[in-house]
Design a protein around this ligand. Structure first.
Ligand SMILES: C[S@@+](CC[C@H](N)C(=O)[O-])C[C@H]1O[C@@H](n2cnc3c(N)ncnc32)[C@H](O)[C@@H]1O
Length: 285
């Protein structure tokens, strides 16, 4: 790169502003767009020219590419000149705002396509309202959030957990039964739906538990098991008491326990580490 090319790359007010910003902070295209108030193709075009001139470098960071100023050999003083000149006040303020947004929590939405007012909870409540007045046994309640959601629409909810403290957190309207998944405190043909959400992996031998669930269902009643696909995170054994590192074939387990009309599908793949995959298996008595 000749010095003339370098000066050509610098001979534009917007590129100079962008380089000055990249001297202070590593920035993504969307952040630069917000600061300089220009469209994506314009900003990307200017960045490409700065990169070709060796004045910025690009680094992949998750979904973003971040750009930082570079100092081409022999031309360090030139870049230092840009770096030390004060930023225009508007750019300095806009950069402050953009950097503050990085640390503020992203609004929760359905994945990346955030839409005001739309949330997983609202969606879950909407679907639950369509559930009808059925009797449900929720086995292994954890925080009780799901159990409480179910109780808002079901005819009756029986919550089972070995931990009395977990049951004590539940609303009064929910029937609580202290007991284990290995020796379920459920009567025969007592409920229309048995739910095991992230609980079956706590049982050494799942088949006897699933058979007992079947006995607790009325004819035609359903079981829904939400659990993990096979994974290699051994720490869940000692940290969370899991007995299984996911299940290879949840559907096959339901069939073996006597359920029919069995379906099993992946319902969620978490992109965040440790990146568990969730499987939903449903069967009918
Ligand atoms: C991960 S939490 C369940 C979360 C909840 N179902 C949900 O989806 O949000 C597991 C629950 O199962 C209970 N649990 C674990 N092993 C159990 C067992 N063998 N018998 C009864 N409850 C058990 C724990 O006390 C805990 O409340």
């Amino acid at each position: 790169m000749s010095r003339a090319d370098l000066f050509r790359a610098l001979g534009d007010a917007t590129r100079l502003r962008m380089l000055a910003l990249c001297c202070r902070e590593e920035l993504a295209v969307s952040e630069l767009q917000e600061i300089v108030g220009m469209g994506q193709s314009t900003v990307s075009g200017h960045l490409a020219q700065l990169r070709t001139a060796g004045l910025v470098t690009a680094r992949r960071d998750g979904a973003h590419t971040r750009y930082a100023a570079a100092r081409p050999e022999g031309e360090e003083a030139l870049v230092d000149l840009v770096a030390t000149a004060p930023l225009p006040e508007g750019d300095a303020l806009a950069m402050q705002r953009v950097l503050a947004e990085r640390t503020s929590p992203t609004p929760e939405g359905l994945g990346s396509d955030y839409l005001p007012g739309r949330s997983w909870e609202a969606l879950a409540r909407t679907l639950l309202a369509l559930l009808g007045p059925i009797r449900i046994a929720d086995l292994g309640v954890g925080t009780g959030h799901l159990t409480s959601l179910l109780a808002a629409h079901a005819r009756h909810v029986i919550a089972v957990d070995k931990d009395p403290a977990a049951l004590a957190r539940l609303p009064e309207s929910i029937e609580r039964r202290v007991g284990t998944l290995e020796d379920l405190p459920l009567k025969e043909r007592e409920v229309d739906l048995v739910l095991l959400s992230q609980a079956l992996h706590c049982v050494e031998d799942p088949i006897p538990t699933l058979r007992r669930c079947r006995e607790a269902l009325v004819g035609g009643g359903q079981i829904a098991v939400l659990d993990l696909a096979p994974h290699a995170h051994g720490w869940v054994r000692h940290r969370l008491g899991h007995k299984h590192l996911g299940f290879v074939d949840l559907g096959a387990l339901l069939r073996e326990a006597g359920f029919h009309d069995v379906t099993a599908e992946v319902v969620h793949v978490d992109r965040r580490t440790p990146a568990f995959t969730t499987v939903l298996a449903i069967g009918r008595k």
